[in-house]
Design a protein around this ligand. Structure first.
Ligand SMILES: *Cc1c(COP(=O)(O)O)cnc(C)c1O
Length: 379
């Protein structure tokens, strides 16, 4: 019965080779642009492809300006710095996320606080967020004070799990009301929309990732966007060593970061972005194939939630609660079809065990039953 899934995935991807969760695809101008970058000798921190990639990306998302970074984690780190998150501040996020979200918070010596997700979106729940804030905090002139810990909650970071939108408009309203900066972790959500608007454009600041397993890749890379133009100008400054512009003098007015995306990676990114429409179409077709297949099986296909037009970055199913997850994973992976459980909840990891949490019933339920399926673009 479980092996039928292996047959289905092998038929979908038409191969006898191992099938991975998400592989990149280079069928456009990738080779041409990367070679062009090499021929130009501008392979590193200066070059025309970085500017072009930032411009093309901004146009695609529908924002003024974007700042390319070395990876998504760096994009999140810079987002937190832009939000003035620092020593002993707190940042509310969801326990069900990739480790990068919490690592970035820790780089700023701030503390994550874990609030539950919604079952249908797998992303931060506005109801849980509002309940947590109402119960634990009060707005003071310093900001949103957590009465339990005595710290200020500076930011909220919802994450759009597997490219499905969380209820981001409601979350934005709550953040406004409580004077908290909203940072969207849109690393998995490039090309997804919520109520017709691109994910990443709801937050005060947002971070994307172009790691090799994401919808499109630059090898390694990330992007920051922001609502306010002075914020994005500061992002550029901080990611490029905070150098004061001058033709030949080297002066810096801040502790800066060498987080700029190399031109070589941006060249790859320009070519990948040209393909994004086709990628998204293919990924939706794949999701529909899975949906049909699981319609009459014990597992439940995780479809896009209401108001979300998803990129279906990673397709997911919920196991029937009688199915043994470990057996299921073992049987399918043994056939060299890669399937994996969702992340271990962040509050269970040794580094974050002491962190404050709300009740996490939905996250704990999803942790038990969600399985990811191979989801690479098919072309
Ligand atoms: C991929 C990802 C990131 C960023 O990862 P990088 O590998 O540093 O580009 C951040 N958050 C989430 C939720 C992710 O899935």
């Amino acid at each position: 019965m479980t092996l039928e899934i292996v047959r289905f995935v092998r038929d979908l991807y038409q191969t006898k080779d191992p099938i991975y969760l998400h592989e990149p695809l280079f069928i456009g101008n990738e080779r041409k642009y990367v070679l062009d970058a090499i021929d130009s000798t501008f392979v590193s921190s200066v070059g025309a492809y970085v500017d072009r990639f930032e411009k093309d990306f901004s146009e695609y998302i529908g924002t003024e300006k974007a700042v390319a970074c070395v990876n998504g984690t760096a994009a999140l780190h810079i987002s937190l710095i832009l939000a003035n998150v620092g020593l002993n501040d707190e940042v509310i996020t969801q326990p069900l996320t990739f480790i990068a979200t919490c690592n970035a918070i820790s780089y700023q010596k701030a503390h994550p606080v874990f609030v539950d997700v919604d079952k249908d979106t797998m992303g931060l729940s506005p109801d849980a967020l509002e309940a947590f804030l109402a119960q634990n905090t009060t707005v003071t002139e310093k900001g949103c004070l957590n009465k339990t810990t005595g710290r200020i909650i500076k930011a909220v970071i919802p994450m759009h799990t597997f490219g499905h939108a969380c209820r981001i408009d409601e979350i934005a309203d709550i953040c406004n009301k409580w004077h908290i900066t909203l940072i969207e972790d849109a690393a998995e959500a490039l090309g997804s929309t919520y109520k017709g608007k691109a994910l990443g454009t709801f937050g005060d600041i947002s971070a994307f990732s172009f790691n090799g397993n994401k919808v499109m890749t630059t090898g390694g890379g990330g992007m920051v966007i922001a609502k306010q133009s002075d914020t994005i100008i500061r992002a550029k400054h901080l990611t490029t060593t905070a150098k004061v512009p001058h033709p030949y003098e080297f002066t810096h007015d801040n502790i800066g970061y060498n987080y700029r995306m190399p031109n070589l990676n941006a060249a790859l990114g320009c070519a990948q972005l040209e393909q994004i429409k086709g990628y998204l179409k293919s990924k939706r077709e794949t999701a529909n194939r899975y949906k049909d297949f699981f319609a009459d099986r014990p597992e439940t296909f995780v479809d896009e939630p209401e108001n979300s037009h998803s990129n279906f970055w990673l397709n997911a199913i919920l196991l029937d609660d009688t199915q043994n997850r470990d057996d299921f994973l073992q049987i399918i992976n043994a056939q060299q079809v890669m399937v994996r459980p969702i992340w271990t909840l962040m509050n269970k990891l040794s580094m974050f065990k002491g962190c404050q949490t709300g009740s996490l019933d939905n996250a704990e339920w999803l942790e038990k039953y969600v399985i990811n399926l191979p989801s690479s673009v098919r072309m």
